[in-house]
Design a binder for this molecule. Structure first.
Ligand code: V47
Ligand code: SF4
Length: 359
């Protein structure tokens, strides 16, 4: 039944949405693994990437309060926090003093704070860059960029260019959730639409920022909704080519308003594999170990993924929602996970260039 799809993949033809739906409904995960591995190897050989990175979330105070988000708080609510720029800087400096090998990327995302001005974010980026000139700053989702543009009165282009001139190096892929309006309105009624998320990404690509893309799956969406999401990403990537990696994010249900259950390992692997097969114009598929767990992210390397993300160090978003993983892994542990999956571990920088280190 899946012969046609197999032949398409092996001859490098693009899959349709109907093909993707057939794959989601199929039970043949061994076929998925072999086809997705084939495509992954065509694109990246036997390499699988990891990065030395750190996440930091300046505040969890957010005006959106998405119903799947256990991380955010309203202003004044128990557990709400905000960090000053010097607190962030001191934390990074103290940490650097202890690390034998510094991380190469800082991943900054946070809530949409009701009172902070755009200048906070400009100063945050420029202060970090001044103090750590070699550190790549990957920061702010489409949702945050749209918010900054609103609070500053600047156009998207001006907002992005201002951040870029302070040292913003690239953007993460969060905030995409599920684009289909019927589901999105139930998950996060206050959040920008899927179309707006894509518009911000298109603008970021236009000003020369590379970005990632994500999809939050395993809550109340259908397979058709996932495919609609992938289709919109593939279409934009055809136009701009600015996406580096796609990261399917496994929904975590704890402490959230929409509740539900954890995703299954089979669904995680199937989603990775179909993403690899359908998104033929994305170079990288990332199996984010924090959300998938170490073992499933390792298996994902046999299902089309070529990246398991990084050392992370501190993680609040998934851990507020019941993550079953730790908050950090060492570069050695990441490398070992990859080796034991029969792949060649490559420490990468933020643009997937191999990091060369004196041993
Ligand atoms: O934007 C929020 C999602 C995202 C939950 O670009 C949840 O390299 C699961 O985008 N269960 C943040 N997910 C994480 C993210 C990310 C992570 C790693 C690498 C990159 C990258 C991006 O997490 C949010 C939202 O989409 N999220 N709550 C939850 N309960
Ligand atoms: Fe705010 Fe992002 Fe959480 Fe939504 S997912 S409530 S926008 S921090």
């Amino acid at each position: 039944m899946l012969d046609k799809i197999r032949n398409k993949v092996l001859s490098g033809k693009r899959l349709t949405e109907a093909d993707a739906l057939k794959l989601f409904r199929s039970d043949d995960i061994f076929l998925l693994a072999s086809l997705a591995s084939h495509t992954a190897e065509e694109k990246n050989g036997r390499k699988a990437y990891f990065i030395r990175n750190r996440h930091i979330n300046p505040t969890n105070i957010c005006v959106n309060r998405c119903r799947f988000c256990a991380f955010s708080r309203s202003k004044g609510q128990d557990g709400a926090y905000e960090m000053t720029i010097s607190e962030i800087l001191n934390k990074l400096k103290a940490e650097k003093a202890k690390l034998k090998v510094p991380y190469s990327e800082l991943h900054i995302v946070g809530g949409l704070h009701p009172d902070w001005p755009f200048t906070y974010y400009l100063e945050l980026v420029s202060t970090i860059k001044k103090n750590f000139p070699k550190l790549h700053i990957k920061a702010f989702t489409s949702v945050e960029i749209d918010y900054f543009s609103k609070i500053s009165g600047l156009s998207l282009e001006e907002t992005l260019k201002a951040l870029k001139s302070c040292g913003l190096g690239s953007m993460p892929g969060g905030g995409a959730e599920i684009f289909a309006p019927r589901i999105r309105n139930k998950l996060c009624p206050e959040k920008i639409s899927g179309d707006r998320w894509l518009e911000v990404m298109a603008e970021a690509h236009k000003v020369g920022l590379r970005t990632n893309a994500t999809m939050l799956y395993g809550h109340i969406e259908s397979y058709e909704d996932r495919i609609d999401h992938l289709q919109k990403l593939r279409k934009l990537q055809d136009k701009t080519g600015g996406f580096q990696a796609f990261i399917p994010l496994a929904y975590h249900p704890k402490n959230t308003e929409i509740k539900g259950s954890y995703t299954s390992g089979i669904d995680d692997l199937r989603t990775i594999a179909i993403s690899r097969l359908y998104l033929d114009n994305f170079q990288h598929i990332k199996a984010y170990w924090v959300m998938l767990g170490e073992k499933i992210s390792q298996l994902a390397l046999k299902f089309g993924a070529d990246d398991i993300d990084g050392t992370v160090i501190e993680e609040k978003i998934t851990h507020s929602a019941g993550a079953l993983t730790g908050e950090q892994l060492t570069a050695g542990q990441l490398s070992e996970l990859i080796k034991k999956a029969g792949r060649i571990p490559v420490e990468r920088d933020s643009f997937y260039r191999k990091v060369k280190r004196a041993e």
